[in-house]
Each structure stands twice: as structure tokens, then as C-alpha cells.
Design a protein around this ligand. Structure first.
Ligand SMILES: [Zn+2]
Length: 166
């Protein structure tokens, strides 16, 4: 086993990838994988996702299928993700008040490359995409230039695990 880990270390350093950012990325990918597999799990009825008692059923089911205990934080995060994954999506428009808050509170520049208009055109970006349950509220909004907005597409930022796994 130790030999295997050493090989992983060697591989990562050969590729110039930082070990802790690799671990963060893997955790993030596993969170996404678990949520996606639950969204498509035929044994998980939709009635649990709307029923007030549903969270309890969801917890028991998750405990049973994963053979581990889940923290309240992670349970809620997963439950929300599965629920929004099953719902039909439409992008809610950004309320004017939230847009104004954004304008007041952050510099009018791309959050990634710091370039400003007129050099670039700025878009309002959902940090957690609307298709994944992200809200159109100030805390979930930022400015991105066209280039960075397109690159991001519909993906969550990589390397930010959203489960504590504790
Ligand atoms: Zn940019």
C-alpha cells in the first residue's frame, strides 16, 4: 500500500501537481459523483424529496448504501443537491435589488483577470450554477468577463469539495 502511495506522490510531482490541491480535487469529484448517482438512483423515490419526513428516509437510505454515518451538514447538502438535480430547471432572472447590491459591493471588473470595461464585456455569473440549485442572490453572484464566463460553462469551480465528510 505504501509503495502505491509513493507512486502517486511521484506521479503528481512528475506532473507538477500539488498534492493537497489534488486531494481537494478528488474530494470534490467524489462529492459530485455521489450526488449525480443519487439523482439517478431508481431506488430513491421522488416522494422523499418533497415529504417533510423525507430527509429521515434519505438519511437511512444513505447510511445503508454507503455504510457510514453522515453529518447533518453533509446530509443537508446532499439532500439539496439531489432535490435540485431532480427538479426541472429554469434560470431565474437576477432580481434588480441583488444586481444593485453587487454593483455597490464589488469592483466592476472580472473576478478572475481583473480586467474592466471597455476592455472586456462583463457578465453576471452564478458562482453555484442555477442548474445546480444556485440562487440569484448577491452572495452567489460575481462579474466575469466573456472569456472567463464561457470557460466556466456549467461547472462548479473545481477543487472545492462541498461535503465535510466527517
Ligand atoms: Zn476575465
Amino acid at each position: 500500500m505504501e509503495g502505491y502511495l509513493n507512486t502517486t506522490h511521484e506521479l503528481l510531482s512528475a506532473l507538477g501537481i500539488n498534492h493537497s490541491s489534488f486531494c481537494r480535487f478528488v474530494s470534490w469529484a467524489l462529492c459530485e459523483h455521489l450526488a449525480t448517482s443519487l439523482v439517478h438512483d431508481p431506488q430513491l423515490p421522488n416522494s422523499w424529496l418533497s415529504d417533510p419526513e423525507g430527509l429521515k428516509n434519505f438519511r437511512d437510505y444513505l447510511r445503508h448504501t454507503t455504510q457510514r454515518h453522515w453529518s447533518v451538514h453533509d446530509l443537508n447538502a446532499l439532500f439539496d443537491r439531489v432535490r435540485s438535480g431532480r427538479a426541472t430547471h429554469f434560470r431565474e432572472p437576477v432580481p434588480y435589488a441583488e444586481y444593485l447590491k453587487l454593483l455597490w459591493q464589488v469592483p466592476f471588473e472580472c473576478a478572475k483577470c481583473k480586467r474592466k470595461p471597455p476592455e472586456v464585456q462583463l457578465h453576471v455569473d452564478h458562482i453555484v450554477p442555477a442548474s445546480k440549485g444556485g440562487k440569484s442572490t448577491r452572495a452567489n453572484l460575481r462579474f466575469l468577463c466573456a472569456k472567463h464566463n464561457l470557460r466556466k460553462s456549467n461547472k462548479r469551480e473545481e477543487g472545492e469539495p462541498w461535503l465535510d465528510l466527517q
